[in-house]
Design a protein around this ligand. Structure first.
Ligand code: ZN
Length: 177
């Protein structure tokens, strides 16, 4: 998926787990942080292997890095409280993993090296309307815009459904005696 699909998915996950006691600003910040986490495997870092979809898109590498990043929060109760608790930390880690699932949806069917370095097999779950965008220039051609619009339409529906369910649950909770 492109930045659009991953970012909306990250924001949708944040909408599910961020505590309602958080201020609007904190909720927005969480949505941005979750969106960044959802895009992490696509970062253009040296040796990260984004173009090969192996190291950067390996579930083993992802879990290992997430464990290191989550360790301070799991060890410190005050840090955990600040971010909303264990569930928020665990779901933030799952947001990173959502990236791997979404990238298997590309219609080219090449898949990702999900189990690198244990297996060289590529995992693909192609969905016909999810296409890649070109890596080179021009970045903003008609094909890229069409891909972004399709992702925006699909993932916005997911986001709005999740936000709607969360709002309905909150209203129901308030109406209880
Ligand atoms: Zn990716």
């Amino acid at each position: 998926m492109t930045l659009i699909g991953h970012s909306i998915t990250g924001a949708a996950v944040a909408a599910v787990v961020v505590p309602s006691r958080f201020s609007t600003g904190s909720k927005m910040l969480c949505a941005v942080l979750f969106a960044v986490l959802a895009n992490t495997p696509d970062f253009r870092l040296p040796g990260w292997g984004h173009d090969r979809y192996d190291i950067s898109h390996s579930i083993f590498m992802s879990v290992a890095i997430m464990a290191v990043l989550a360790a301070p929060f799991m060890c410190s109760s005050s840090l955990r409280r600040k971010v909303g608790g264990r569930v928020v930390v665990a779901v933030a880690a799952l947001t990173w993993l959502s990236h791997l699932l979404l990238d298997t949806f590309y219609n080219h069917g090449q898949g990702i090296g999900l189990f690198w370095p244990v297996s060289s097999a590529n995992v693909a779950l192609p969905i016909p309307w999810f296409e890649t965008v070109s890596e080179g220039l021009p970045y903003f051609d008609s094909h890229t815009l069409r891909v972004w619009m399709i992702e925006f339409a699909c993932y916005s529906m997911v986001f709005l459904t999740i936000v709607g369910i969360r709002m309905a649950m909150r209203m129901k909770k308030k109406s209880l005696p």
